[in-house]
Design a protein around this ligand. Sequence first.
Ligand SMILES: [Zn+2]
Length: 308
Amino acid sequence: MIKQRTISRAFSAAGIGLHSGARVEVAFSPAPPGTGIVYTRTDLSPRVVMRCHPDLVLDTHLCTALVNGDGIRISTVEHLTAALSALGIDNLLVDVSAPELPILDGSSMPFIYLFESVGLKELPAPKEFLKVLRKVRVEDGDKWAELNPRESGFGLDLTIDFNHPAIDRDLEHFEMDFSGEGFAKELSRARTFCFMRDVEYMHAHHLALGGSLDNAVVLDDNRVMNPDGLRYKDEFVKHKMLDCCGDLYMGTRSILGSFSAYKTGHSLNNRLLRALLSDSANYRVVTFDAGGDQGGPLAFIGHPAEAS
Ligand SMILES: [Zn+2]
């Protein structure tokens, strides 16, 4: 059986908030089966609790936020969500001391490292997957994203098109069969990126005060400004694919199917997930109750402390 997962023990971390530039504390705790990913804003009185759900997702241009009916938000959740998808973590409590998670290094790698360090725990309930049954497609101008049925596993195929001297056209396409190990190796270190003209605009408007070369790849009109250059030669498309993994896991169910997209972003990915879920003929919730999980649909990384 492929089981639901949480972390083996509680721990906390801290970092700088992308919006405020101020220190943000975040505490992670294990949660029982069926909990999902539940955020609590501990800086508010009374505290506000939000369960991660595709309907709460708002693409704010700067980041992805969860926003509840009262307009309370938790921003910069996307790179954590991508890490959780890779680790197969279905249940987690996330207490945050600010309206945003720390940006850390702008990738998912620090989250992967932290969760692997504390260890994962399997829970006595089957993990739920969304099996795509028929094609679902969304478009926005020349941008598009779609999901198609696939024999097994989760395939990703993404093309970006930035027309920038520092972004090699031959490196604007990437495809992979999703696995926790593949994510950790190929995608997790890819950082978010932005253009210097946007940084100047944002800082002038007191936005992205925590943004720096420490947590983003910054491009001027011709080149990458970070002194150490890129982490992958195709870091741009890989970061966009990392974002796709996070965006498609906002419902905390792993997808079994084929994802392909052109110039997509958080907003279009969220529309795709909502479109998938809007008609029960598009998908089926499946579990793998019987047999071993060797050769199962996803080879997750991590070593659960609690054996079955
Ligand atoms: Zn991102």
